[in-house]
Design a protein around this ligand. Structure first.
Ligand SMILES: [Zn+2]
Ligand SMILES: [Zn+2]
Length: 235
């Protein structure tokens, strides 16, 4: 098994996802993963979980069905200087934080605005991953974004759902540009299923296909070991 962890999964509390936390973790264990992160949508996204859900996440065991469970969140970037919709205290008590651009939390900006938004979020000491930085509706300057990921020790995500041909992010060309930049500068990435139902947990099929197509080195994918991921989890 090449990829032993999935850092991006939603449960029913995200408002537009369909499995419980237990179903997600059980599926991850059944798939042979060693670690799964539960990263439900923050309150700023319509239907997202209430703040109390995140402040109470410590009741979830960090080991279930024999695998490690990271209690996390997917926060929304809400301004072009990179502000997010969750306070530092709440984030400091979680294991992993993904920051993402989502409509309607931030209007689709121009390339400079979107790039500033993403880099601003990277400067937040609690942000570990930028979720789906390939969304064609929010164009980015990948030269700047990849360099900032390196400088702020933040992972850029290759999101399996973005690469679904039925999806709305139309990310593949952006991913190719981003991944080539990562290869050039030796900057690691993380694969995330962005599962919204348990059946998709640990599913990286579209991502692996793309990585193979461009000969992306496996050493630069942190999903190959828990230790590799943990170098990016500051807390
Ligand atoms: Zn997202
Ligand atoms: Zn997500």
């Amino acid at each position: 098994m090449d990829y032993v962890l999935d850092t991006h999964c939603h449960t029913i509390v995200s408002g537009h996802a369909y499995s419980t936390l237990e179903e997600v973790v059980k599926k991850a264990a059944d798939e042979g993963l060693e670690l799964v992160a539960i990263t439900d949508h923050a309150p700023g996204l319509p239907g997202g979980a209430h703040m109390f859900y995140f402040s109470n996440l410590h009741v979830v065991p960090n080991n279930m069905y024999g695998i490690e469970v990271l209690r996390g969140i997917e926060v929304n970037i809400i301004s072009y200087d990179g502000n997010i919709d969750v306070d530092d205290y709440t984030l400091s008590r979680l294991d992993i934080v993904i920051a993402s651009l989502h409509p309607p939390c931030l209007d689709f900006g121009n390339i400079e605005q979107n790039t500033n938004a993403v880099i601003g979020a990277m400067k937040n000491p609690y942000v570990n991953i930028i979720g789906h930085p390939d969304d064609g509706r929010y164009p980015l300057d990948y030269d700047k974004v990849v360099k900032a990921a390196r400088d702020y020790n933040v992972l850029l995500e290759l999101n399996n759902t973005s690469l679904n041909p039925k999806g709305f992010r139309k990310g593949i060309e952006n991913d190719k540009i981003m991944l080539k930049k990562c290869m050039e500068l030796n900057v690691p990435i993380v694969l995330g299923s962005d599962a919204h139902i348990s059946f998709d947990v640990g599913n990286f099929d579209n991502s692996i296909k793309l990585l193979e197509e461009i000969n992306f080195p496996k050493e630069l994918v942190v999903n190959t070991s828990k230790d590799k991921l943990k170098r990016f989890l500051k807390g």
